[in-house]
Ligand binder design. Structure first.
Ligand code: ADP
Ligand code: GLC
Length: 479
C-alpha cells in the first residue's frame, strides 16, 4: 500500500474559495483504494462552518518553534467519504473571516502550516512515501524535506510532488522576512533557489525542490514555459520540463450530477434535457425576477470576478451582448469594478440581467442547470472546472482557447457535426462577441444541431477516474 499525503489550504466540503478546493476534496476519493492510502492535511480555520468543526476529533498537540517563538500546534481529524482528513489547529494563525487575508500574514501562517504538517507526521503515525503539495501555500514543504527534515530516518526517503493550480499566486515577500519565517539559511536565497528578482517566493521553493511537478492541464503545462504565462518562472518551467506533467482536472460526479441534484428545480438526463432544462430555466427566471420566457438565450457566468477570467472583454462589449433575446445571469464576487458593472446592467435591464454578487453553492447549481450557454473568456486558465460542470449539465461553454479550456471544450464544427461548445482564439472582445452571436444563431436557427451538441457535451466523461490513473502513474514513477 502506497501512502500519499495531500497538503492544501482548502478542500471541499471543509473550506472553499475556488477550484483548488474542488480538486483536493474530490481527487483523493478516486485512487485505487487497494493500492493507495491517501490522506489530506488542511488548516483548521475558525471561519469553517460550525457543523464541520463539530465533526473533528482531537488527535494530539505539541509545541513547535516558529518565527522565534514556541507555538501551539493542535492536530484534529475527521473522515469524509472514506478519506482521512487532518487539521492543523492554531487559533492565532487560523482565525479571521476568510482563509486568506493580507499577504504578509498569509505568508507567515502558511509557513507555520508547512512546518507544522511535517512535524506532526511522526506523532500521528502516518509516514507517507509521497507528500503532494498544492499551490504556493505549501511551497516550503519540498524545501523543508530537503533541508531541516532530511536528517531523520522518518523523512529521508519521502518524495514530494508540487501541483500548480495557478502560477500567478506565488507567496512572494522580501528575503529577510521569508528567511525569518522559514528559518532557512542564506544558501537557499539565490536566484536558482527561492530568490526571485530580489524577493523570495514559497512557490519557487516548491518548484525547485519537489521531485515532480504537475499542473492542471496539458496546454497550461506548455503555456507556462513561455514568458506571457510563465509569471517570471518560465525559465524554471523550461529547466524542469521533463519533470512537469500536465494532468487535466475532473469534477466530482457525485456532487455535479444533473440526474441527482437536490439543489435544482428538475433533475434531468441526456434523454430528458429537451423538456426538463426548460423547467429549470423558467424556475430560475422566476427566482431571479427575470422575464419568464423559455425562448430567451440564457447565458450564465459563475466565477471569481477577476482579470484572469476575461471580464475586461465582457466589459468592452456588454451592450452588444445584451441584445433583446439574451439573458445574462451572473454569480460571483471579486474586483469592485466588475461587481459594479454587473450591478449596473442589472439595474438598467432588470428583465435581462441578474447580478448575484455573492457566493452560493445552491444558486451555482441552478445556473449550471438552467442556462443555455456558459461564458468563460479567460485570459489564462490553468484548468477551469466551471466549464466542465457546465458541460455535464448540458450548458454549452463559450470559452477562449487557453489552458484547460482548450483541452476540454471541443469547438462546434457545423460541417463534421462534432464539438461540445464554442471557442475563440485571440484575447479580443469582438472575437468573443462574434462567437457568442454564432452560438446564439445555432441556438435559435438550428435547434436540432444545438441539441446534438448538448448531447455530446453531456455524454463526455470529465469525472476524476481518468486523471486519478495518471496521478497513480506519476506516483509510481517516483519509485
Ligand atoms: P478558479 O479556481 O480559478 O476560481 P475554477 O473554474 O477552477 O476557477 O473553479 C471555480 C469553482 O468555484 C467552481 O466550482 C465554481 O462553480 C465555483 N464558484 C466560483 N464562484 C462562485 C460563487 N460566487 N458561488 C458559488 N460557486 C462559485
Ligand atoms: C486554479 C485555477 C483553475 C483551476 C483550479 C483547480 O484556481 O485558476 O483554472 O481549475 O485552480 O485546479
Amino acid at each position: 500500500m502506497k501512502k500519499v499525503l495531500f497538503v492544501s489550504s482548502e478542500a471541499v466540503p471543509f473550506i472553499k474559495t475556488g477550484g483548488l478546493a474542488d480538486v483536493v476534496g474530490a481527487l483523493p476519493k478516486y485512487f485505487d483504494k487497494e493500492a493507495y492510502d491517501v490522506r489530506v492535511f488542511l488548516p483548521k480555520y475558525q471561519c469553517m462552518r460550525q457543523e464541520i468543526k463539530d465533526r473533528m476529533r482531537y488527535v494530539t498537540h505539541f509545541y513547535m518553534d516558529y518565527n522565534f517563538r514556541s507555538r501551539y500546534v493542535g492536530v484534529l481529524t475527521c473522515e469524509e467519504s472514506g478519506v482521512t482528513f487532518y487539521f492543523i489547529d492554531n487559533e492565532e494563525y487560523f482565525s479571521g473571516p476568510a482563509p486568506y487575508t493580507d499577504m504578509l500574514w498569509d505568508i507567515e501562517k502558511f509557513g507555520f502550516f508547512d512546518k507544522a504538517v511535517l512535524s506532526a507526521l511522526p506523532l500521528i503515525g502516518f509516514q507517507p512515501e509521497i507528500v503532494h503539495c498544492h499551490d504556493w501555500q505549501t511551497g516550503l514543504i519540498p524545501v523543508f524535506m530537503k533541508d531541516s527534515f532530511r536528517g531523520g530516518a522518518f523523512y529521508r526517503d519521502m518524495k514530494s510532488v508540487m501541483t500548480i493550480h495557478n502560477l500567478k499566486f506565488q507567496g512572494t515577500w522580501d528575503i529577510p522576512t521569508i528567511q525569518r519565517f522559514s528559518g532557512l539559511s542564506d544558501y537557499y536565497f539565490t536566484s536558482d533557489k527561492l530568490e526571485m528578482y530580489k524577493s523570495a517566493s514559497y512557490l519557487k521553493g516548491g518548484l525547485t525542490y519537489a521531485d515532480k511537478l504537475t499542473t492542471v492541464s496539458y496546454t497550461y503545462a506548455n503555456e507556462i514555459k513561455t514568458p506571457f504565462f510563465g509569471e517570471k518562472l518560465d525559465g524554471l518551467m523550461r529547466a524542469r520540463e521533463n519533470d512537469l506533467w500536465g494532468i487535466v482536472n475532473g469534477i466530482d460526479y457525485e456532487i455535479f450530477d444533473p440526474a441527482n441534484d437536490d439543489l435544482i428545480e428538475k433533475p434531468f438526463t441526456v434523454d430528458t434535457f429537451r423538456t426538463d432544462k426548460k423547467k429549470n430555466k423558467a424556475a430560475l427566471q422566476k427566482q431571479l425576477g427575470l422575464a419568464v420566457d423559455p425562448k430567451k438565450f440564457m447565458v450564465g457566468i459563475v466565477s471569481r470576478l477577476t482579470d484572469q477570467k476575461g471580464f475586461d472583454l465582457i466589459q468592452h462589449v456588454i451592450e452588444e451582448i445584451l441584445a433583446e433575446d439574451v439573458q445574462l445571469v451572473v454569480l460571483g464576487t471579486g474586483e469592485y469594478r466588475y461587481e459594479e458593472m454587473f450591478k449596473h446592467f442589472a439595474w438598467r435591464y432588470p428583465d435581462r440581467v441578474s447580478a448575484n454578487i455573492c457566493y452560493s453553492e445552491e444558486l451555482s447549481h441552478r445556473i449550471y442547470a438552467s442556462c443555455d450557454a456558459f461564458l468563460m473568456p479567460s485570459l489564462f486558465e490553468p484548468c477551469g472546472l466551471s466549464q466542465l460542470i457546465a458541460l455535464r449539465y448540458g450548458t454549452l461553454p463559450i470559452v477562449r482557447e487557453t489552458g484547460g479550456l482548450k483541452d476540454t471544450v471541443e469547438p462546434y464544427d457545423e460541417y463534421r457535426h462534432t464539438g461540445t461548445g464554442f471557442s475563440f482564439a485571440n484575447y479580443n472582445a469582438h472575437e468573443m462577441l462574434f462567437t457568442l452571436q454564432y452560438a446564439k444563431r445555432v441556438f435559435f436557427e438550428h435547434k436540432a444541431d444545438w441539441n446534438k451538441i448538448v448531447e455530446r457535451a453531456m455524454r463526455k466523461d470529465w469525472s476524476w477516474e481518468r486523471s486519478a490513473r495518471v496521478y497513480e502513474e506519476l506516483y509510481e514513477s517516483l519509485g
